[in-house]
Design a protein around this ligand. Structure first.
Ligand code: SF4
Length: 179
């Protein structure tokens, strides 16, 4: 009988996708990892709804708009071990630079002015509303594992995933750095 494989997901919130590019930088090691897990959700898959009963989720990016807020709450509720990877998810980093301005309206005014098509498009109900402040993930939901780096290296991501798939807690002493 086939062994049940851990269900793994990745999530892309307010980030530049560089952390997912670092994940892809595992190159051929991805093939070996893929045979040991079921990748059930992520920007690399065409799956619309975050599934139930996910064992491990890696989250890139900070919480910057109302969609991110709803998504990360759903992800947390459906995930056993939630890991944030990359400085944006861990601390806000580049995504949170706009926090020096006084809220979402101030940011939109600086970018688009008081009117015009850009400003109207940003306020379209179909576009997720910006939060007044960008938040690191742990300020919204509980986080089990923090993997800083901009981006975290492919080696670190590979090590952590390998350990988790083997049922061990990764020993991160001396392996972590910001930037
Ligand atoms: S941590 Fe760096 S690489 Fe990752 S999403 Fe943020 S800016 Fe991009």
């Amino acid at each position: 009988m086939d062994q049940v494989k851990p269900r793994v997901a990745t999530v892309w919130l307010g980030g530049c996708s560089g952390c997912h590019m670092s994940l892809l930088d595992m190159d051929e090691r991805l093939i070996a990892l893929a045979s040991r897990m079921d990748l059930v959700y992520g920007p690399l898959l065409d799956v619309k709804e975050f599934p139930e009963d996910v064992d491990v989720t890696l989250v890139e990016g900070a919480v910057a708009n109302e969609d991110h807020l709803a998504q990360i709450r759903k992800v947390r509720a459906r995930t056993t071990l939630l890991a944030v990877f990359g400085d944006c998810a861990v601390s806000g980093n580049v995504t949170a630079l706009r926090n020096v301005f006084d809220g979402a309206d101030s940011v939109l005014t600086r970018v688009y002015g008081d009117g015009g098509p850009g400003r109207r498009a940003a306020l379209d109900p179909a576009v997720p509303r910006l939060l007044d402040r960008v938040l690191p993930v742990h300020q919204v939901v509980d986080v089990d594992l923090f993997l800083p780096g901009c981006p975290p290296s492919a080696d670190l991501i590979h090590y952590v995933l390998s350990e988790l798939l083997d049922g061990r807690s990764p020993d991160l002493a001396g392996r972590l750095r910001f930037g």
